[in-house]
Design a protein around this ligand. Structure first.
Ligand SMILES: Cc1cc2nc3c(=O)[nH]c(=O)nc-3n(C[C@H](O)[C@H](O)[C@H](O)COP(=O)(O)O)c2cc1C
Length: 184
């Protein structure tokens, strides 16, 4: 798939299965991430790859965080929270790192981390893999951030779920570009 085709056809996939990206595919995904646009070349991001038993550890962390917020959660709800990381064989967590800079506000560091995440989605799609960018309350939860080892100046841009598509991509209707683009 060439670059334009990947850009024009990417869709998310909520149900991802084995096989996970191969080492070579993952290397391509990681190399795409670090080519994100980056004001002042601050590399304001880092990434955590979570797979295998670490998916269970992340599930436990989600449960601990959810129980802190609501200790009355029932067993079925707890079980469903614990399984959330297993919606894909690999999760890459994008961590945005804020630093003090005279010209670059922290918001732009978040934008660069978001661009890195989108690059990874596209690199996955270009290789025939599926992906989905998720956040939800767990991305903004202090217990989760601490459990993943984030520092005070770091936040979670997204959990990027990656794997093989279990369902075909949804059909896209062509976007009406005039809804979004105007000559000014
Ligand atoms: C920052 C960000 C966070 C997102 N978080 C979630 C989420 O937690 N759950 C979800 O269902 N979709 C989430 N999405 C949306 C999906 O990743 C996806 O883009 C959306 O379902 C549209 O599908 P498409 O990518 O195929 O167009 C998020 C997207 C972004 C950019």
């Amino acid at each position: 798939m060439n670059a334009l085709e990947a850009l024009h056809t990417r869709t998310s996939c909520a149900r991802l299965t084995e096989p996970a990206p191969s080492p070579e595919e993952l290397d391509n995904i990681c190399r795409a991430a670090v080519r994100a646009a980056d004001h002042a070349l601050l590399t304001p991001w880092r990434f955590l790859c979570i797979r295998g038993p670490s998916l269970d550890k992340l599930g436990d962390l989600f449960v601990a965080a959810s129980l802190e917020a609501d200790s009355t959660l029932g067993e079925a709800k707890i079980a469903s929270i614990r399984l959330k990381p297993h919606r894909a064989p690999l999760i890459i967590v994008t961590v945005a790192k804020h630093q003090t800079h005279p010209k670059v506000p922290p918001f732009e560091m978040d934008l660069s981390a978001a661009a890195a995440t989108q690059n990874m989605l596209l690199a996955a799609h270009a290789q025939g893999l599926g992906g989905m960018w998720r956040t939800g309350s767990m991305a903004y939860n202090d217990t989760v951030k601490k459990g993943l080892g984030l520092r005070d100046n770091e936040n979670i841009t997204g959990f990027l779920y990656l794997g093989s598509r279990s369902v075909p991509p949804r059909k896209l209707s062509p976007a009406l570009l005039t809804d979004y683009f105007l000559d000014w």
